[in-house]
Design a protein around this ligand. Structure first.
Ligand code: DGY
Length: 318
């Protein structure tokens, strides 16, 4: 490995992380305030030994090829790594890392905040005031749905799903969860995905995006939910079929949805944007100063570990 390897960072990262990287090589950070196009990405990484990638970068064999045979590590600054073709990189001997753990609380906080926002109609209330609409307190005004005594269904009980469940339990919700296997150390009830849809008043998605979970929430799943139920998505947009969601809301098949991630990000299905029973935020799950700094520093440390010939802190299993 070269004495001064090139580390290509595809978009702005906090200074703390740049400092970590600068001890290990020459740091080249994209100056564009937008995702690189596939062509720009390939030309940007040419000659790199390490790539620090964002979740909007598609890192596949063509990117590895463009970087060159010295490419040793791709550090994704996200816990999700559906944007990285891990087998293709592993076949070239490239290590892939992600950033689990450091964003658990921030993301669960946002998921719970979205649950409150959609059930208590916070967006609607705010829009009404900003539109300078006349209003006065009355007992039937902008009534939402209470949480206490109701059931939250957590789809995917990983670190973030569990943290969401802990928040919900503190608010007096019962927890059911679905996933690959029961977690004996967790107090909630393990149920099938179908039972979860049928029984939950609120469904919160925390499974990773894989070929199996793409459109997990489609027309059939939405029809299986209660007409009074709300959907929260803070994982990856394509887990939800947005057109089917808009259809279901229009048909009154569920009561509302709160989305932080979108099927064709950054685009949002216009029919969802037009609805008062939908709350939308622009992929803010981990967006606190502390968390985003911790994510970038963890990614940087993964790079420096691999460049030093050590095992990375958080490697994605090939
Ligand atoms: C992730 O890390 O996968 C989130 O979506 C961004 O914080």
């Amino acid at each position: 490995m070269s004495d001064h390897p090139l580390i290509a960072v595809t978009r702005w990262i906090p200074d703390d992380a740049v400092k970590v990287l600068a001890d290990a090589g020459e740091v080249r950070v994209s100056e564009l305030d937008r995702p690189l196009t596939p062509e720009e990405l390939r030309s940007f990484v040419a000659g790199a030994t390490a790539i620090v990638a964002m979740l909007h970068d598609r890192i596949d064999a063509s990117v590895a090829e463009a970087a060159g045979p010295q490419l040793a590590v791709v550090a994704n600054v996200a816990v999700g790594y559906d944007n990285v073709d891990v087998p293709a990189l592993a076949a070239r001997g490239v290590t892939v890392t992600n950033t689990p753990g450091v964003l658990t609380d921030a993301t669960a906080d946002l998921a719970f905040g979205l649950l409150l926002a959609v059930t208590r109609r916070l967006g609607e209330g705010e829009r009404l005031l900003r539109a300078r609409e006349p209003w006065s307190f009355h007992l039937g005004f902008l009534l939402g749905s209470g949480l206490q005594g109701k059931t939250l269904g957590v789809v995917g009980l990983g670190q973030i799903g569990r943290a969401m469940a802990e928040r919900a339990a503190a608010f007096g919700l019962r927890i059911v969860y679905s996933g690959r296997s029961a977690k004996p150390d967790f107090a909630g009830e393990f149920v099938s995905f179908e039972d979860l849809l049928r029984r939950s008043d609120f469904v919160s998605l925390h499974c990773p995006l894989t070929p199996e979970t793409r459109h997990l929430i489609g027309a059939e799943a939405l029809r299986a939910m209660k007409p009074t139920a709300y959907l929260v998505n803070t994982t990856r947009g394509p887990v939800v079929d947005e057109a089917a969601l808009a259809d279901a809301l229009e048909a009154g098949e569920i009561a509302g949805a709160a989305l932080d991630v979108f099927e064709h990000e950054p685009r949002v299905e216009p029919r969802l944007l037009a609805r008062d029973d939908v709350v939308v935020t622009p992929h803010l799950g981990s967006a606190t100063v502390e968390t985003r700094t911790a994510m970038a520093v963890l990614a940087a440390r993964n790079v420096t570990s691999v460049l030093a010939g050590d095992a990375p802190l958080t490697e994605v299993a090939p």
